[in-house]
Design a protein around this ligand. Structure first.
Ligand SMILES: Cc1cc2nc3c(=O)[nH]c(=O)nc-3n(C[C@H](O)[C@H](O)[C@H](O)COP(=O)(O)OP(=O)(O)OC[C@H]3O[C@@H](n4cnc5c(N)ncnc54)[C@H](O)[C@@H]3O)c2cc1C
Ligand SMILES: NC(=O)c1ccc[n+]([C@@H]2O[C@H](COP(=O)([O-])OP(=O)(O)OC[C@H]3O[C@@H](n4cnc5c(N)ncnc54)[C@H](O)[C@@H]3O)[C@@H](O)[C@H]2O)c1
Length: 469
């Protein structure tokens, strides 16, 4: 058919993973085609990481004013909702423009504006009837909001991450469905901007935390800003120009809300891709089975990267997976295993939550540090939470951490890098810790690990912290 195209590597989806895959395949010498129906920039910049962090930054400014009295400073915040949303969109648009400019800088002829579906004989069919034949294909279609059917009746009041940042003003009363990173980040930020927020989840955990101690702390911290109803099932209808939610289970009640933010997960965007025609093995959700070190689906010439594979739905992994998938697609049928990062997820609440490496398990030793009485955190009136470090029983080699404490977003990196470099608790204690910092708050956890594994503290490492450490 006229307009049919051929290339070495076709990439479906021009988000973070797809753009990385295209760059990596082209760098490896492949001819590429990048297919997307919109080319409107990445999810991260438009409706994800960046606008959510902008809302959180505004909430942080309001909270700083609110807490000023602790330091003897008299101030009261007056939140101008429209101004908050204007600044958010202005900055967000600049980030989004940056990702669109990146797409526009692609060499001529690479962009194919269309929705793609797998067709016969390994070709891709485009909506306009054209076909693409490629030696290898990368699926990088991302994810999309899950709005359960229970909320159909209040459709006009439902917000998702794709619409909430378009609000002209902050709502008066907001329900948030879902206590994952999205619901907690935006719920807490909205509350600190003066919105009355009720957060509901069908499960009894926040951010999927199964550790009773840290999970309990997170609940207590979140309950300062949010009305929490966990372990409930929810029914919705409309009332008095708003949405009425009724919940029952661990608690029961009902209330009217101006808007309902549904943050109930973002499943892979696989619908309409025609994967059933590919012969790939699919899991119970319809996601192709793939090798995490090559990003290859089975023994096929199809690769997958980013949120669509439902593995590690965070930005730096989308980018890394894209690079691996692109390089292997270019070299197909020769594929190489790549080293993957230690898993790291960060939730940008206050305090933040960072989860790194291996989860708690019976075969690991743990050391904890309490940040409710930590020096630097107290100085700044943000003493809260704790750190749990996990290590190998033999030598105290660091393997994982859960940090719910001020600075956890930075400390989480420190620990991820330490784990990647194979450092032990003793190795970290042999390094300098400036005083007074949040970093030195980790020392009790490191010392506890050394004590349990029978490693003597390194020379020069004091067993007691400085006053206020
Ligand atoms: C509110 C929110 C906050 C977040 N905050 C953070 C954070 O702070 N830190 C962090 O690391 N991560 C964060 N994330 C996660 C991060 O945004 C994602 O992991 C990342 O954007 C995934 O990139 P991707 O390339 O897989 O998908 P996307 O960027 O969504 O790209 C997918 C592309 O595929 C295209 N597409 C879909 N179907 C087809 C088709 N059939 N044919 C052609 N093209 C198609 C789409 O148009 C889109 O351009 C956040 C997510 C959300 C929603
Ligand atoms: N800082 C970050 O990295 C960050 C921030 C925000 C979002 N994200 C990403 O965005 C994606 C979406 O985030 P999310 O928090 O929506 O997903 P999630 O899967 O982490 O959490 C969804 C929550 O919704 C609950 N839920 C699902 N259906 C429900 C129902 N019918 N009723 C009540 N509760 C229900 C689940 O129990 C769960 O707690 C994730 O991939 C996440 O990684 C990342």
């Amino acid at each position: 058919m006229p307009g049919d195209m051929r290339c070495d590597v076709a990439i479906i989806g021009a988000g973070t993973a797809g753009l990385a895959a295209e760059r990596s395949a082209r760098r490896a010498g492949a001819t590429t085609l990048l297919i997307d129906p919109a080319f409107s920039g990445t999810t991260c910049a438009n409706v994800g990481c960046m606008p959510s962090k902008l809302l959180i930054a505004a909430a942080g400014a309001a909270e700083a004013v609110r807490r000023a009295a602790t330091f003897g400073i008299d101030a009261t915040p007056r939140v101008d909702g429209p101004a908050v949303m204007r600044r958010l969109r202005r900055e967000r648009d600049a980030f989004a423009e940056g990702t669109r400019a990146q797409i526009e800088r692609l060499p001529a002829g690479i962009r194919v504006k269309a929705k793609a579906t797998f067709g016969d004989g390994g070709t891709l069919a485009l909506e306009d009837g054209r076909r693409i034949t490629a030696k290898a294909i990368v699926i990088a279609t991302g994810s999309q909001p899950n709005v359960p059917k229970a909320f159909d009746a209040i459709r006009d009041f439902v917000l998702t991450n794709e619409t909430v940042f378009e609000l002209d003003d902050l709502p008066g009363r907001l329900a948030v469905i879902g206590a994952g990173a999205l619901g907690l980040e935006l719920g807490q930020a909205m509350a600190r901007l003066g919105v009355k927020v009720t957060l509901l989840d069908e499960k009894d955990a926040l951010a999927g935390l199964d550790d009773a101690e840290i999970g309990g702390m997170l609940k207590a911290i979140m309950a300062r800003d949010l009305e929490l109803h966990l372990g409930v099932s929810i029914a919705a209808d409309t009332v008095d120009g708003g949405a009425r939610l009724r919940w029952s289970g661990a608690s029961s009640g009902e209330a009217r809300f101006d808007r309902v933010l549904v943050a109930a997960g973002r499943p892979p965007a696989l619908h309409g891709l025609g994967l059933e025609t590919t012969g790939l093995a699919l899991d119970e959700h319809g996601t192709p089975e793939f090798d995490r070190e090559t990003m290859r689906c089975g023994n096929s010439g199809i690769f997958i990267a980013g949120d669509v594979d439902a593995d590690r739905p965070v930005l730096h992994e989308a980018s890394a997976e894209g690079a691996i998938a692109g390089a292997n697609a270019a070299a197909f049928p020769h594929v190489e295993k790549a080293r993957r990062f230690v898993p790291m997820s960060i939730m940008f609440t206050d305090p933040p939550l960072a989860i790194v490496g291996r989860k708690a398990a019976d075969d690991l030793v743990t050391g904890t540090a309490d940040y409710r009485d930590q020096g630097r955190a107290r100085v700044e009136a943000r003493a809260d939470g704790m750190a749990q470090l996990r290590a190998a029983p033999g030598d105290g080699r660091l393997l994982g951490a859960t940090l719910l404490c001020p600075g956890a977003d930075h400390l989480g990196h420190l620990l991820a890098w330490s784990i990647e470099s194979g450092a032990t608790a003793g190795d970290l204690l042999a390094r300098p810790f400036y005083h007074p910092t949040l970093e030195e708050g980790l020392k009790p956890a490191l010392r506890a690990i050394c004590a349990q594994v029978g490693v003597k503290l390194p020379a020069g490492s004091d067993e007691e912290g400085a006053s206020g450490a």
